[in-house]
Design a protein around this ligand. Structure first.
Ligand code: NAD
Length: 256
């Protein structure tokens, strides 16, 4: 397991809640936050893998594990409220839970579309809906939504995923405008292709074509995304980011 080079103490005293923390980018962010001194509340659909991720954090930094389906509104609300009751607040919410399937539009059934939007977009609404009021009451907080560069440029066979991730980016901008005056800073990260179990759902052809078009010439690793999430949650490093979409993406998308 690779460790990050997170500045020690950058998030000391902070409480963070991470969804999708059992695997890939979410697990790497949970570890990076813990290495930076945060107390990390880990949540994921997969409770067994979540326990293994929690055990990999620096001693004392795992501040709770919840087997949580982010599509279940009542469970999201109860989990957030329980974490706030235990720790007093949530300083940073990181939305990482996600799924990926590759289906051409002409073969996609409505249930596949609905499931993608449910897990990859509606979940972002739900976690924010129940966490942001606590942040406003506490005088501030940070929300980091893990979108995708495919929400910016689109991906073949991925209309549902691209739409969900574009939705997460639009949601991020709107919420940032709505709550920044309360000290709640909302931003997104749009990684390029990252070597995690998620991309097992993509065909070898898709991955080869994507690899060939990346200026960096390779996919990223989860540990190369996590420091961006640390930056956005940190003070002063993250203080001026509002409604932004940061792109650790191997050059797949270049902003002007
Ligand atoms: N890997 C990539 O190439 C890549 C690129 C850009 C964006 N992303 C995004 O990053 C995020 C993390 O992806 P990853 O690559 O680490 O994938 P991953 O498969 O390694 O991790 C995703 C996690 O989400 C969890 N999850 C899935 N459905 C859930 C649900 N209903 N409720 C709660 N948890 C659920 C899974 O159990 C898993 O632990 C996703 O939102 C993904 O879309 C990934």
């Amino acid at each position: 397991m690779t460790t990050t080079t997170t500045p020690a103490g950058a998030l000391a005293g902070k409480v963070a809640l991470v969804t999708g923390a059992a695997s890939g980018i979410g697990a790497a962010i949970a570890r990076a936050y813990a290495e930076a001194g945060a107390d990390v509340v880990l949540t994921d659909l997969d409770g067994d893998r979540l326990a293994r991720t929690a055990a990999s954090l620096p001693a004392g930094r795992a501040a709770g594990e919840y087997a949580l389906d982010v599509t279940d509104a009542e469970r999201v609300r109860a989990t957030v409220d329980d974490a706030v009751a235990r720790h007093g607040r949530i300083d940073a919410l990181v939305n990482c839970a996600g799924i990926l399937t590759e289906v051409p539009l002409v073969e996609m059934d409505p249930a596949t579309w609905d499931r993608m939007l449910d897990v990859d977009l509606r979940s972002v609404f739900l976690t924010c809906r129940y966490t942001v009021p606590h942040m406003i009451a506490a005088g501030g907080g940070r929300v980091i939504n893990v979108a995708s560069q495919l929400g910016q440029k689109g991906g073949e066979g991925l209309t549902h995923y691209s739409a969900a991730k574009a939705g997460a980016i639009g949601f991020t901008k709107a919420l940032a405008r709505e709550v920044s005056r309360h000290g709640v800073l909302v931003n997104a990260i749009a990684p390029g292709p990252i070597e995690t179990p998620l991309i097992d759902g993509l065909s070898p052809e898709w991955k080869a074509a994507k690899g060939a078009e990346l200026p960096l010439g390779r996919f990223g690793r989860a540990e190369e995304v996590a420091p961006t999430a640390v930056l956005l949650a940190s003070d002063p490093g993250g203080n001026l980011y509002i409604g932004q979409t940061l792109g650790p993406n191997s050059g797949d998308v270049m902003h002007s």
